[in-house]
Design a protein around this ligand. Structure first.
Ligand SMILES: [Zn+2]
Length: 678
């Protein structure tokens, strides 16, 4: 086995915020990486932002930003979210880096020298006014299947038909509105068809990938199409060496970003001379990729072939996970179930989500469901009541009744309890190391139940008053504390913050899978006192989950192309529900733009309370800041404070109209600030 392991997550696109769907992958991979590290393996966890391509270039332009400034915003958002969720990337880089360009050029040159690059003339749609080539997403027209107007160049959102831009009726540039012109250009292709046999062998190896998605890929092998890796400028990407105004297609340099980001890490830390310590075909290393099932084609066909012709290391395993649904349905902005990571973090502890995902995720490509009821129930029953209460009951009584001192081992009492738990350590470790955290979590919960049962049977809390039984209580609590100590290793991959908290409360360093390889009863050195206990984690209340959903619904949305929300009948509410709202008239005293948030204004409103309030409102596309000053507005005054772009917002200003540019402020008329609105 190789002496070191490199693990990657797929690179998030630097075109929008991280959402709970991205976190399925990052949490699952982080669990795997943390478990590997705990066994003592040399692991490097690499990720980066995927930054190139037409969507980024055009969205940057819409915001009046350079592509570099645009991706820098998202880099900041992405890295902050991953940090707050405890994702332990060793390096999170960017594909728009000199290191990545170096490897893109190197790989292209090697592929060309190996005879795997060919040239072919292609005819593509062109926008004469904008002087640019148009990808399918920048073409709009009428669906040839159902006749719905204003559909993309490749697929209809109404009837789901797929087609080519040539088939689209009245096809036009989505940028200028001009009709399409078809023009020819000479493109470089990666000759994938030369590698059919190699790819057939690669994907047939069950150690390489799950047989389910592999069977789907097999269908492509008979008709392997050469891959157009060229995009004509203007394009945000790396220029193709030796060509004029042509760039590498983003999907060529995106996976190369794994290598470029490894190179950045090597330079930053000096721990390896270059990325080739991992990526050279002969490097003493193994590569593990984690990806979603939507990008299997790129990672299991193109990527192995590209690596092969470039003389680079093949991935040992590509782990493929499913997608996230919310309450059984695809995440949807219009249904208010599209949950971004930052609004989650503003309200909920990241350990809840890590635990819930960890308890659901296996090694297959099945979707997992963020069912909000199950989320709350399982967090409360398993994390709070089982594991949290075990620790809290036992450590609190030891601290309060015995000054934190542990009793010397009582083997006849403790050994059976601890050895039964230790017998589960190997299956738990193996489950973590095969992406089966749900199996690991199940075993950990069984250990917790057994220890709780041990306490419930012995009832040490009833024996504290009587000097005759007090010693027995001390022994029982001290033996149960062994299991709490064991949890510092077993919980660490899933909820690292909580494992650390338990270790601190025990006044010990956390255990590791490596230490547990040789561990025997007793695990705790009993002469060392424990630390200060406190509840492990709070219960997850329904009201907090409701607030998350509300926050998601009112979160200002950033896309420049605003689509009307799906019409749906509002649910009926009780009159008492309505009376819970406190609506008040307010006067705007001051207003300014929120940096790096195009739709947000920071509004200072007098609600007749003495001190004015700050409200962050998503109306910047409809009102200039100076147009608001002096106006009377209607405010939902009893919303709990929320944080938007780092600003605390207290209340919400009511508007009428759709999202985007057409919002109209509700006017309460000429009344004093603080007047009730009913
Ligand atoms: Zn259609």
């Amino acid at each position: 086995m190789a002496s070191k392991t490199l693990v990657t997550c797929a690179l998030p696109y630097a075109n929008g915020p991280i959402h709970l769907g991205h976190l399925v992958e990052h949490i699952q991979t982080d669990i795997y990486v943390r478990a590997l590290r705990s066994t003592g393996e040399d692991v490097l966890f690499i990720c980066a932002d995927d930054t190139h391509g037409a969507p980024i270039e055009l969205n940057a332009r819409k915001q009046g930003l350079t592509p570099e400034a645009f991706i820098a915003q998202w880099f900041e958002e992405h890295t902050a979210v991953f940090r707050d969720f405890g994702i332990s990337h060793d390096h999170f880089g960017s594909t728009n880096s000199p290191e990545n360009q170096h490897y893109a050029n190197l790989i292209y040159g090697r592929a060309r020298d190996a005879g795997s690059i060919g040239k072919k003339e292609v005819e593509q749609p062109y926008d004469e006014k904008e002087k640019r080539w148009l990808s399918d997403r920048f073409i709009r027209g009428t669906c040839p299947n159902c006749g719905t107007k204003d559909q993309y160049g490749d697929a209809c959102e109404n009837c789901n038909a797929t087609y080519t831009p040539r088939e689209l009726i009245d096809a036009r540039s989505a940028i200028s509105g001009e009709p399409l012109v078809w023009r020819k250009s000479l493109h470089a292709f990666f000759l994938l068809s030369k590698h059919g046999e190699f790819l057939e062998q690669t994907i047939a190896n069950p150690a390489f990938m799950n047989p389910g998605p592999a069977a789907q890929l097999k269908g492509f092998l008979d008709k392997l199409a050469d891959w157009d890796i060229t995009r004509d400028g203007p394009y945000f990407g790396f220029p193709i060496p030796g060509e004029s105004n042509q760039f590498f297609y983003v999907w060529l340099d995106a996976p190369i970003g794994y290598i470029g980001s490894t190179e950045q890490w090597a330079k930053k830390t000096g721990r390896q001379p270059s990325a080739l310590a991992y990526w050279d075909a002969n490097a003493d290393a193994r590569i593990i990729h984690t990806i979603g099932k939507d990008i299997v084609y790129f990672h299991c066909l193109f990527w192995p072939a590209v690596l092969k012709v470039a003389g680079l290391k093949q991935p040992e395993h590509v782990h493929i996970h499913g997608h996230l649904t919310v309450n059984g349905e695809k995440m949807s902005k219009s249904r208010g179930t599209f949950i971004n990571a930052r609004p989650y973090l503003d309200l909920l502890d990241p350990s809840y989500l890590r635990f819930f995902y960890g308890s659901l995720l296996g090694d297959g490509p099945e979707d997992i469901d963020f069912n909000l009821l199950e989320f709350r129930q399982r967090v409360n029953a398993e994390l709070v009541n089982n594991l949290g209460n075990l620790a809290n009951r036992c450590l609190t009584l030891l601290a309060k009744e015995f000054q934190g001192q542990l009793k010397a081992p009582t083997p006849e009492l403790g050994r059976p309890l601890v050895e039964a738990a230790l017998a589960k350590v190997a299956p738990i470790r193996e489950a973590f190391l095969s992406f089966q955290s749900k199996v690991a979590v199940k075993h950990v919960l069984e250990i917790g139940y057994a220890a709780n049962q041990f306490l419930a049977t012995n009832e040490p809390w009833k024996k504290l008053k009587d000097p005759a039984t007090r010693d027995a209580a001390h022994a029982q609590l001290s033996e149960a504390a062994e299991i709490v100590f064991l949890l510092t290793a077993l919980l660490e991959p899933v909820v690292p913050a909580l494992a650390q908290k338990l270790a601190t409360q025990l006044n010990r360093s956390p255990l590791t899978f490596k230490a547990l390889e040789t561990a025997t009863y007793p695990l705790l050195e009993r002469t060392q006192v424990i630390g200060q206990p406190s509840p492990l984690i709070n219960r997850l209340e329904a009201e907090v989950v409701d607030r998350l959903i509300q926050a998601v619904n009112v979160e200002p949305k950033a896309p420049a192309v605003v689509k009307p929300p799906e019409a749906k009948a509002p649910v009926e509410i009780e009159f008492t529900d309505f009376t819970r709202l406190s609506l008040k008239a307010g006067k705007v005293l001051a207003c300014e733009k929120v940096p790096k948030a195009d739709l947000l204004l920071k509004v200072t409103v007098d609600l007749g309370e003495g001190a004015p309030r700050t409200i962050v409102s998503g109306i910047a596309a409809s009102y200039a800041p100076e147009a608001l000053v002096g106006r009377n507005v209607v405010v939902v005054a009893n919303l709990k404070p929320r944080t938007l772009k780092g600003l605390e917002s207290r209340g919400m200003i009511l508007t009428a109209g759709g999202a985007g540019k057409s919002l109209v402020l509700l006017d309460p008329g000429d009344v004093a600030p603080g007047t009730d609105v009913k």
